[in-house]
Design a protein around this ligand. Structure first.
Ligand SMILES: [Fe+2]
Length: 205
């Protein structure tokens, strides 16, 4: 049971729910990205899961023409409210091999960056909901906390863009996984990566 000394708190995240006029595209996308399977579907709702939970994602189905009623809805997150959900991969190899698998079916990140604390690939589902696929750059939470207090973090709190294809090449060439997580490890030689606020463009915002 999760508890602090003076109060009970929720134990873990269970699921999220999306009202969508693109339910077929969403089911297809989550099927590719998470290996999600539909555990219930009718003409009003679909429940999907990909692990031990009964459902991780529910889709409330809206009439498809409604997608045209809210043409700017996928950009809401660029300005206000929840920005993204983050999912951890337990190794940089698992993250990069997932990148490769998804690229093979045409699903590519909208932003690839070494944040300092994490190496992160951001994807967007068909409704524009942003998902961060990350792996920790430091071996323990304590080491990450120490990084938050470092000069490196205060000088560049956003991070430096990376080329996941280059990291994949380095992984295949036998580079130690820990070395792929270091600052600059994902910068292909001869290229000039964007760092810190310059990484923020309309696409990555
Ligand atoms: Fe994040």
């Amino acid at each position: 049971m999760s508890a602090t000394p003076d109060r009970l708190v929720p134990d873990f995240i269970a699921h999220w729910v999306v009202k969508t006029a693109r339910s077929a595209e969403m089911i297809d996308w989550y099927g590719h990205v998470f290996g999600a399977r539909v555990v219930h579907e009718d003409n009003q709702i679909a429940f999907l899961t990909w692990d031990h939970e009964s459902h991780r994602l529910a889709l409330v189905k809206l009439p498809p023409p409604l997608r045209y009623a809210f043409p700017l809805s996928r950009w809401r997150r660029k300005t206000y409210g929840i920005d993204h959900l983050a999912f951890t991969f337990t190794s940089v190899a698992r993250l990069l091999l997932t990148y490769e698998r998804l690229a093979g079916v045409g699903i590519r990140p909208v932003w690839s960056i070494n944040h300092g604390p994490t190496t992160s690939l951001y994807y967007e589902d068909p409704e524009g909901i942003r998902l961060e696929f990350q792996t920790e750059n430091h071996p323990t939470a304590q080491k990450t906390a120490e990084y938050f207090g470092s000069d490196a973090f205060s000088e560049n709190p956003i991070g430096t863009n990376i080329d996941p294809d280059y990291l994949l090449e380095r992984l295949r060439a036998g580079t130690e996984p820990a070395d792929l997580l270091k600052p600059g490890a994902g910068v292909r030689p001869g290229t000039k990566p964007k760092s810190n606020k310059r990484t923020i463009t309309w696409k990555t915002l």
